[in-house]
Design a protein around this ligand. Structure first.
Ligand SMILES: *Cc1c(COP(=O)(O)O)cnc(C)c1O
Length: 412
C-alpha cells in the first residue's frame, strides 16, 4: 500500500540517517497531533522546540496564506521590507544591532562563526581563529557546526577535523580561563541552556563572568539560542535571565536563533552587535533563500505572538507546574527518574531505564517526548500549552513510569 507508513519498503528512497519511529501524522492543532492511523497524540516535542505556538496556529496560518498570495521569493539583491521589519523587532528586543537571516539553525551558527573570525581579521588580528565550545553541545550539522559541537561521533569518518575548533569541559574554569586568555582565540560558543546535550542550564552568574572574561581579552561570546531562544525559557531569549539593567551582564556579542523563530516555517537568524559584525561587509556572506518574504511574513507573525506577556507568562506558569509535578514523579519512581533539569519549557528528565525505550512507553500512552543526551528525555511542548494539557502529560508520564517499572521487574 502506498500510504503505509510502517512498511520499511516505503522509506527505501530516503537516505537512512534517521532513526524514525513507525509513526506518521496527517494533521495537528495546538498541542495535538493526529496520526495517519487515526490516533490522537499529545505533542511535547513540537518539532524539537520548533512549533513554538503548536500546530496550525490561526495567526501563523493567516500570515502564510496572505503572504503566499502576494510574494514568496525575491533575491537579496533587492531590499526586502519584511526582512527589515523582522530585523527591527529582533534588535529592539535584544542586545543586537544587525541580523542576517537564514533557513536553519546550522546556517545561523555558520554565520555566527564566520562573523567572529572576520571581526578579528577586520581588527588586524587574523591569527585569532580558535573557537572554543563545550562538551555535550550541539550546534548543527554543517562541517563548521559539527566541528564546533561537543559530540565526537558527528565528526568521525568525515575526514580531518577543521582546524581551530576545540571543546572545553563544563565546569573546568581553569581551562576556560586559559582558552580565553589565549592570543589566538576568536570566540567562545555556548548554549545558555543545552538542548540535545540533555537540557543542561548554565547558571546565570556563569554567563555574566564568561562575558566579562571575554571582554577583558577581546574574545567574542557567541550564544547558540537556536533551541532555548524565542520564549522557550519564559523570556524571549534565555540570556535575558543573565542580563543586567544599565550595564553589561551575560549578553552575547553574537547569537544564533532558529527553531521557533518561524513557528514551524524554516527561518533562522544570526544576530550581532554592530562592532562584532564589522567584518561582515558587502560580498563576504550571503544566502539565496535566507530572509525571503514568505519566511519573514510568518516569522513576524510568530515573533509578535510569542513576544507577549501572555505567552511568556504561560511558559513560566506551565514550567513551574511541570517541575513540581515531575519532582513528585521522581520521588515516587526513584528507580526510573533520577533528575529533573532544564529551564522553562526546555525540560530534561534523566532516567535510569534507557531513554529510547522510555520514549516508546510514552508513545504507547499517546504522549510524544524527545530524546536527549545523558539518557534524558526532553519535554519541549508548545509555549501555549495549557496547565490542563500539562497535567494530562504528567498522567501519561506516570503510566509510562509504571510500565518502565514493570519491565524492569520482569528483567530482574
Ligand atoms: C537544532 C539546533 C541547531 C541546528 O539547527 P538546524 O535548523 O537543525 O540546522 C543548532 N543548535 C542548537 C542548539 C539546536 O538545537
Amino acid at each position: 500500500m502506498s500510504t503505509s507508513t510502517s512498511s520499511t519498503a516505503a522509506q527505501h528512497h530516503i537516505m537512512g540517517v534517521y532513526n524514525r519511529a513507525p509513526l506518521a501524522f496527517e494533521r495537528g492543532r495546538g498541542a495535538r497531533l493526529f496520526s495517519t492511523d487515526g490516533d490522537e497524540y499529545l505533542d511535547c516535542v513540537a518539532g524539537i522546540a520548533t512549533d513554538g505556538l503548536g500546530h496550525a496556529h490561526p495567526v501563523l496560518v493567516e500570515a502564510l496564506k496572505t503572504q503566499g498570495e502576494k510574494l514568496w521569493h525575491v533575491s537579496n539583491i533587492y531590499r526586502i521590507p519584511e526582512q527589515e521589519e523582522l530585523a527591527d523587532r529582533l534588535c529592539a528586543h535584544s542586545f543586537a544591532d544587525v541580523v542576517f537571516f537564514t533557513n536553519s539553525g546550522t546556517e545561523a551558527i555558520e554565520c555566527a562563526l564566520k562573523t567572529a573570525r572576520k571581526y578579528h581579521t577586520a581588527n588586524g588580528q587574523p591569527e585569532r581563529i580558535e573557537i572554543f565550545g563545550f562538551d555535550g553541545s550541539f550546534h548543527g550539522r554543517s562541517y563548521a557546526a559539527v566541528n564546533a559541537s561537543g559530540n565526537p561521533s558527528y565528526v568521525e569518518g568525515f575526514g580531518p577535523r577543521l582546524p581551530g575548533y576545540s571543546q572545553l569541559t563544563f565546569g573546568d574554569h581553569d581551562a576556560l580561563k586559559a582558552a580565553i586568555a589565549n592570543p589566538t582565540t576568536a570566540a567562545i560558543i555556548v548554549e545558555p541552556v543545552q538542548g540535545e546535550g540533555g537540557a543542561r542550564s548554565i547558571p546565570e552568574h556563569c554567563l555574566v563572568s564568561l562575558r566579562a572574561l571575554c571582554d577583558e581579552h577581546g574574545v567574542l561570546l557567541i550564544y547558540d539560542e537556536v533551541q532555548c531562544g524565542m520564549g522557550r525559557t519564559g523570556k524571549l531569549f534565555a540570556y535575558e535571565w543573565a542580563a543586567q539593567d544599565g550595564g553589561v551582564g551575560g549578553e552575547p556579542h553574537i547569537m544564533a536563533v532558529a527553531k521557533a523563530l518561524g513557528g514551524g516555517f524554516p527561518v533562522g537568524a544570526c544576530l550581532a552587535t554592530t562592532e562584532a559584525a564589522k567584518g561582515m561587509t558587502v560580498g563576504v556572506h550571503g544566502s539565496t533563500f535566507g530572509g525571503n518574504p514568505l519566511a519573514m511574513a510568518v516569522g513576524k507573525a510568530a515573533f509578535d505572538t510569542i513576544n507577549t506577556d501572555e505567552i511568556l507568562d504561560n511558559v513560566k506558569r506551565v514550567a513551574g507546574y511541570f517541575v513540581q509535578q515531575l519532582n513528585g514523579l521522581k520521588d515516587r519512581f526513584p528507580d526510573i527518574i533520577v533528575d529533573i533539569r532544564g529551564k522553562g519549557l526546555l525540560i530534561g528528565i534523566k532516567l535510569i531505564p534507557n531513554n529510547r525505550e522510555f520514549m516508546v512507553l510514552a508513545r504507547d500512552e499517546k504522549l510524544l517526548v524527545a530524546g536527549g543526551g545523558d539518557n534524558c528525555v526532553r519535554l519541549l511542548p508548545p509555549l501555549n500549552l495549557t496547565v490542563e494539557e500539562a497535567s494530562e502529560a504528567i498522567a501519561k508520564l506516570e503510566q509510562a513510569c509504571e510500565a518502565a517499572r514493570a519491565a524492569q521487574n520482569v528483567v530482574a
